[in-house]
Design a protein around this ligand. Structure first.
Ligand SMILES: C[S@@+](CC[C@H](N)C(=O)[O-])C[C@H]1O[C@@H](n2cnc3c(N)ncnc32)[C@H](O)[C@@H]1O
Length: 250
């Protein structure tokens, strides 16, 4: 199962059916059809033993809930790794590094990601020790499972895969992107006036340098008002070769 796509995701989950609607949505569906992105789903339960194919058990030391067992999870990851050139294992957990656009870009430099989705009370700690995964959180809150977090990772990373967005959309214009990582400027479309609210005249002027200047000012103003912390960050070095698309070393 060697991949020819630019980016390959393998999702390890107890609920692969949760992804069917998501995989059929517009941007991702087109990227898969164009052969730019591959998403393979694997049910961790396929690596469970016994009549009941048990994947979770009660925590040692007592306490509520169930814990994902080390053996089926580790063996599932090892078997999936062997299905192609080994990729980076990403373990989704509220205890991981918080996802932001920088981390999205780091993940986007990997040709293959294995996304490991937890459930219940989470993972037996030895899963971390054996697999040495990159632990990623999508925010300081607790989801019921890692599936939605895996979809967030896929959704953000594929925007950076060349040709996925097409010519008309560029991820470089997005908030947190580009050299300065500011918020995007306000956007308008037809009609030119609605309930007394008019589109700024400069956007209707056809004067492209003036439009660019207005957008630049608005982007800076909006960032200052809403996220001044972003302006405090040093701008990215556009010659920084770590931004080039290549497998990261971690
Ligand atoms: C109910 S949570 C377990 C939380 C765990 N008991 C703790 O307090 O750290 C079940 C699973 O959902 C996923 N999950 C929950 N919140 C997440 C978040 N903020 N980011 C990424 N994954 C999350 C993880 O895969 C986790 O193993």
């Amino acid at each position: 199962m060697e991949s020819t796509a630019t980016m390959r995701f393998d999702v390890l989950t107890l609920f692969p059916e949760m992804f069917s609607g998501y995989l059929g949505q517009s941007v991702l569906k087109r990227a898969i059809q164009a052969g730019l992105v591959e998403v393979h789903l694997h049910n961790i339960r396929d690596w469970a033993e016994g009549k009941h194919r048990q994947v979770d058990d009660r925590p040692y030391g007592g306490g509520p809930g169930m814990v994902l067992m080390v053996r089926p999870v580790v063996e599932a990851v090892e078997a999936v790794q062997a299905m192609g050139t080994p990729g980076r294992v990403v373990l989704l957990t509220p205890q991981g590094r918080r996802l932001d656009q920088r981390l999205v870009e780091e993940l986007g430099r990997q040709p293959r990601l294995l996304l490991l989705c937890g459930r219940y009370e989470g993972f037996d700690e030895r899963i971390r020790e054996i697999l040495d995964p990159l632990e990623v959180s999508i925010g300081d809150f607790v989801l019921n499972g890692g599936e939605v977090a895996a979809m967030v990772v896929i959704d953000t990373v594929i925007r950076l895969v060349p040709s996925v967005l097409g010519d008309e959309q560029s991820s470089q214009q997005d908030s947190f992107s580009g050299e300065e990582r500011r918020l995007e400027y306000p956007q308008y479309t037809r009609p030119p006036e609605y309930r007394g609210l008019a589109v700024p005249e400069v956007l209707l002027s056809g004067n492209h340098p003036a439009v660019a200047r207005w957008r630049e000012e608005q982007s800076r103003k909006r960032t200052q008002e809403r996220r001044a912390d972003l302006l405090a960050e040093p701008p990215r070095d556009i010659n920084d070769e770590s931004r080039q698309r290549r497998p990261a070393s971690n």
